[in-house]
Design a binder for this molecule. Structure first.
Ligand code: GLP
Length: 243
C-alpha cells in the first residue's frame, strides 16, 4: 500500500484526479470503477477541468460505479446515478452506453447483480477502481462481517451507514434500507485501486484499514492484500496513523 498524506481534502482529491487522468492518458479505453459520496467530489471537479482543457479524453472510457440504492430510480435526485450525472458524466465526453451503475429498481435485484458482474467481466475487468471509506470501514456498501469473497450483491445497510448518509436526504426515514454493491471480491479484482479518504470522522477506519489486522469487521483492511493500492489522505484522516 502506498500512502500519501496531503495538507487538505482539496489536494487529496486533486491527486486522485491526477492518477485517474494519467490512467486514461496511458490507456484511452480504460475501464474505470467510480465511487460516490462526498469524498470524490473534488476529484470529479478536477477531472471535468482536465477534460474541458482537452487533457483527458473520456470518449473511449467505460465506467462501472460501485453501488446504488435499492428502490431509487436512475433519475431520482438522490440516486447514485443522478449524483454521477451531476458531478461527472454530464460534463465529460463519455458515451452514455459506456456508463454502468447498478439498477436500483431492477425487478429482480439478484439477477441484476449477476448481470453487473458479467458486464464488468465482458468489458475486460476494471483497470482502476476509485474507492471511499465508510466510517465503519466499509468499501462500496460492504458492511462489517461481509465475506471478502462476495461479488456484486444486495446489501442490508447498517444503522451506522444509514445515519452517515442521512445528511443527503430530507429525513433519515427517506434513506433506503438496501443497496446493490460490488462485493469485496469484485473490488479486489481491479488491477489498480485508489482509496481517497478525508476528514477526522474517518481516522479510526483509516487506521483499521492501514495498520489493523485484515479483518472482515473492517472491510477496507483487505486492501492490504492487494498489490496495487494507493491511499490518498488529508491530514485529518491520517491522525490515527502511528507510522
Ligand atoms: C457511502 C458509499 C461509499 C462511500 C462511503 C463514504 O456509503 N456507499 O461508496 O465511499 O460511503 O462516503 P463519504 O465520502 O460521503 O464519506
Amino acid at each position: 500500500m502506498l500512502i500519501r498524506v496531503f495538507e487538505n481534502e482539496v489536494q487529496a482529491g486533486q491527486a486522485a484526479a491526477l492518477l485517474i487522468g494519467a490512467q486514461i492518458v496511458r490507456k484511452p479505453d480504460s475501464v474505470i470503477g467510480l465511487a460516490t459520496g462526498s469524498s470524490p467530489v473534488t476529484a470529479y471537479l478536477e477531472l471535468v477541468r482536465m477534460c474541458q482543457a482537452g487533457v483527458v479524453d473520456w470518449s473511449r472510457v467505460t465506467t462501472f460505479n460501485l453501488d446504488e440504492y435499492v428502490g431509487l430510480a436512475p433519475d431520482h435526485h438522490q440516486s447514485y446515478r443522478a449524483f454521477m450525472m451531476k458531478n461527472l458524466f454530464s460534463k465529460v465526453n463519455i458515451r452514455p452506453e459506456a456508463i454502468h451503475v447498478p439498477n436500483g429498481i431492477a425487478a429482480n435485484p439478484a439477477e441484476e447483480c449477476l448481470t453487473y458482474e458479467r458486464t464488468i467481466r465482458a468489458a475486460g475487468g476494471v483497470d482502476l477502481q476509485l474507492l471511499g471509506l465508510g466510517r465503519n470501514g466499509h468499501i462500496g456498501f460492504n458492511e462489517p462481517d461481509t465475506l471478502f469473497s462476495t461479488l456484486t450483491h444486495v446489501v442490508d445497510l447498517t444503522d451506522d451507514t444509514i445515519d452517515a448518509n442521512a445528511r443527503f436526504f430530507v429525513k433519515r426515514s427517506d434513506v433506503p434500507k438496501q443497496a446493490i454493491s460490488m462485493g469485496v471480491g469484485t473490488i479486489m479484482q481491479a488491477r489498480q485501486i485508489i482509496m481517497l479518504v478525508t476528514g477526522t470522522d474517518k481516522a479510526r477506519a483509516v487506521s483499521g484499514m492501514v495498520q489493523g489486522m485484515i479483518d472482515p469487521k473492517c472491510q477496507g483492511s483487505i486492501l492490504q492484500a492487494h498489490s496495487n493500492v494507493t491511499v490518498l489522505l488529508d491530514r485529518a484522516a491520517a491522525t490515527a496513523l502511528n507510522r
